[in-house]
Design a protein around this ligand. Structure first.
Ligand code: 6R9
Length: 755
């Protein structure tokens, strides 16, 4: 086995220690590891070359669970419809009624499907791909081919190669052909109550085609990159679908964050946008002049202008900046304009025809790039391709939310996040769903806005992030209970571990104890859900993402990369590929292999810690690398540090994550000033502003801790373990400080903790 290239910190066993898990079965016993060999598979319809079925053990515990409900003698269990009255209640069974109508109504049914998906992935996925999607031409002999083992050569993942399709066609034309033309595709709700709009599937197709025709007219071709920097207007999914229709590769950037409540604007800064423009060299940037978030107006185009100036200095400029006039936020007269480059959307797009031929693409042609933080300063351009992503997002959406044609679905994510790609746009639309898109802030004009929207559109599936749940929970139940919410059927959570008390509040108060919660664990890299409840199939435990989705083999390994069985805690990896997996990091396949496949050869390494309890349930314990998860946004500590040290008065900085009541994790920065500079409130503000300007508001440190010097080893490595303990004030757990070059530094830091 290759030597490890990471030195992960020890994983806290918080979940196993903190949460009592009701046992429905004795421990999983002595499983035999089947080792970590990656498979080089060229699969047609033959099963994977597996010698044992031990890999299914982690789901087998479910065999002993009652199928569907019935009053269970199990202590601490409730059935949908009953409130989780105490902290001791830790199993929520689907009711008979819910299970009866569910796509997967029992653990047995899940096991049967899951087993097939693992033993015969080619058969399982090709059955779905051919029955539920349109292919201009079927894929070749191999449904998939993969190598996830760096020891056996380059990492490669391909699904449905040779298959010719188009995801926009599958989202729109195919649904319209099936009779859904007059069904509402998008309900759009403005920041200002009372302003809204709708588009049916046929109308949406018309809008998409107009933009697609325009893009073609300015020379955008298959494979060209298009940067989209739009808030949650209908034009955002329209722009994504238009790119997909003509085979262009979209790259959407967060322009606002629904998830953060108090921070009204939390988008990327001009500098980070410039960095992405330089990386993917788009022909066109699509934006709007401004957006309103709550009472505040944000001039988005100013940010794009600044980014384009910055990128031009480095030799990359976009020829066209297509700008939507968002009239409720800013009139065109007040918008700064560069003649020749800037074009008003409303002036040109409506003139183009409402039909546009589809560019048929290979399943393995790129669909989009999405930048995400890594543990170095440079963001990673995660690349997803077309066919596998299409099949995977649609299928995960359908099963994890137990989708029905009559559902009205609302996901609060911004499309600049992977959640907005997979579960605002593609997954739901591939299923012909009706989707709510909300432009504004969740607490505007007051913290009841979400439930006002739920009632207005009769939302049945509501999917959000724990950070929002926690912040609404703090505002009090009255804002929720004054609305009926009786349409709600299924709730969902994503972005970070949901703590059991937020889960309970979401379940009891928001869902009135009648809605299961799908706590979906997944990543930008995975394209779609990986570990998630199937709401009618098995009981949920507040705070656990439960069991793997079809085709996903999660394994927990120790620091040597050896699989651990049964009740355990370790690093979460995935064995073998799934259709929605990312294929590379744009322009840097080597970094792709190094980051994700070298730490534990034979596996995809997720960067997350995970515990598995004795019932086989998975509990995600957070990132184990140098990435902080703030309100569901991944921020590399190195990114924040490099922004801080760019300040002329900052000599050195070290950033760690700390627990934060609302945001999940907060950013805590230790800052060493240049010699002779003394600390002041003004300097603190100026440092925070530097980070806001360079990365974005969401990355602004919550705390600056003045540090005359930082605790380092003799080889000069900052000991973050100690900084984390100081940041969380766990001063009696500092551990061994003897390897520090200057142990006295620690006392100095503690003394300055509250300055
Ligand atoms: C979809 C998304 C991925 C990281 C991931 C993990 C955390 C996401 C979670 C969760 C526990 C969940 N995460 N969902 N942790 N339970 N249900 O969030 O993608 O922005 O790439 O972040 O978020 O740490 O590794 P992305």
């Amino acid at each position: 086995m290759m030597t490890m290239t990471i030195s992960p910190p020890s994983i806290p066993l918080t979940h196993l220690q903190r949460y009592k898990t009701a046992s429905v079965k004795q421990g999983l016993g002595n499983h035999q590891s089947i080792g970590g060999g990656g498979l080089l598979v060229m699969a047609s319809s033959s099963p994977k070359n597996l010698t044992t079925t031990n890999y299914l053990k982690h789901v087998e515990s479910m065999k002993s669970l009652p199928s569907g409900a019935g009053k269970i003698s199990q202590l601490n269990a409730v059935i949908l419809g009953e409130a989780l009255a105490s902290e001791e209640d830790d199993l929520v069974f689907p009711s008979d009624g819910f299970s009866r109508q569910a796509l997967v109504p029992s653990p047995q049914k899940y096991l049967e499907m899951y087993k097939r998906s693992i033993e015969d992935p080619a058969g399982f996925w090709s059955d779905i791909a051919s029955s539920e999607f349109y292919w201009k031409q079927r894929w070749g002999d191999h449904v998939y081919s993969e190598n996830l083992d760096v020891r056996k050569g380059n990492i490669k993942i391909e699904w449905f190669k040779g298959g010719i399709t188009n995801i926009c066609y599958n989202c729109l034309d195919k649904n319209i052909d099936a009779g859904l033309g007059d069904k509402i595709a998008l309900y759009w709700e403005s920041n200002e109550p009372g302003f809204d709009a709708t588009l049916t599937y046929s109308q949406l197709l018309g809008r998409v085609c107009q933009l697609a025709n325009y893009l073609k007219s300015i020379g955008v071709r298959k494979g060209d990159a298009v940067i989209i920097y739009l808030p949650m207007l209908m034009e955002l999914p329209i722009a994504m679908l238009a790119c997909a229709r003509i085979g262009a590769v979209h790259s959407v950037h967060v322009s606002s964050s629904f998830m953060q409540k108090r921070v009204v604007f939390a988008g990327f800064s001009a500098e980070s946008l410039a960095q992405r423009i330089m990386d993917c060299k788009p022909k066109v940037v699509i934006t709007c002049n401004a957006v309103k978030r709550g009472p505040k107006t944000i001039a988005l185009k100013d940010i794009v202008d600044a980014a384009l100036i910055e990128s031009a200095k480095n030799g990359t400029s976009a020829d066209v900046c297509l700008t939507y006039e968002n009239q409720s936020a800013l009139k065109r007269e007040s918008t700064k304009w560069q003649e020749g480059r800037d074009i008003w959307w409303e002036d040109v797009i409506p003139k183009y025809p409402t039909t546009c031929d589809v560019e048929w693409v290979d399943a393995e042609d790129p669909l989009f790039l999405l930048y995400t933080s890594g543990s170095t300063g440079k963001p990673k351009g995660v690349l997803h391709t077309t066919g596998g992503y299409m099949v995977y997002t649609a299928t995960t959406f359908k099963y994890a939310f137990d989708y029905k044609e009559s559902d009205v679905y609302w996901c609060t994510a911004d499309c600049g996040w992977i959640t907005g790609h997979s579960y605002v746009s593609y997954g739901p639309m591939l299923n012909g769903a009706t989707v709510v898109v909300y432009e504004g802030a969740p607490n505007y004009p007051d913290p009841g806005r979400c439930w006002d929207i739920v009632d207005k559109y009769k939302v049945t599936i509501f999917y959000t992030a724990p950070t929002l749940v926690r912040s609404l929970m703090r505002d009090g139940d009255e804002y929720v209970t004054r609305y009926s919410r009786k349409s709600l059927r299924v709730l969902g959570s994503v972005g970070e571990p949901i703590n059991p008390s937020a889960w309970r509040w979401f379940f009891n108060v928001v869902g009135g104890s009648k809605c299961p919660i799908s706590d979906t664990w997944w990543q930008t890299e995975t394209g779609g859900f990986m570990i998630t409840p199937l709401p009618g199939a098995w009981p949920q435990k507040p705070g656990s993402a439960t069991f793997p989705f079809f085709g996903v083999q999660p394994v927990i390994v120790d620091e040597k990369g050896v699989e651990i069985e049964g009740e355990c805690s370790g690093y979460l990896c995935v064995k073998s590929s799934w259709p929605g997996a990312f294929r590379t990091l744009y322009g840097d396949h080597e970094r792709y292999e190094t980051t994700y496949f070298k730490p534990f050869p034979g596996y995809y390494f997720t960067g997350d810690g995970c515990s598995r309890d004795r019932d086989g349930y998975h509990w995600l314990t957070g990132r184990v690398d140098d990435v902080i998860n703030v309100s569901g946004h991944r921020i590399g500590t190195a990114e924040v540090e490099s922004a801080l040290v760019s300040h002329p008065r900052c000599a050195e900085a070290a950033v760690v994550g700390v627990e934060h009541e609302v945001k999940g994790q907060g950013i805590y920065a230790f800052v060493t000033l240049v010699d002779g500079v003394s600390y002041s409130e003004e300097l603190r503000r100026s440092l925070v502003l530097t980070v806001r300007n360079q990365i974005g508001a969401f990355a602004a440190p919550d705390k600056i801790h003045w540090a005359p010097s930082l605790p380092k080893t003799r080889s000069g490595k900052i000991m973050r373990r100690i900084l984390r303990k100081i940041a969380s004030r766990q001063l009696d757990e500092l551990g061994d400080t003897s390897t520090l070059a200057e142990p006295g530094v620690v006392d100095q830091l503690i003394a300055l903790a509250d300055c």
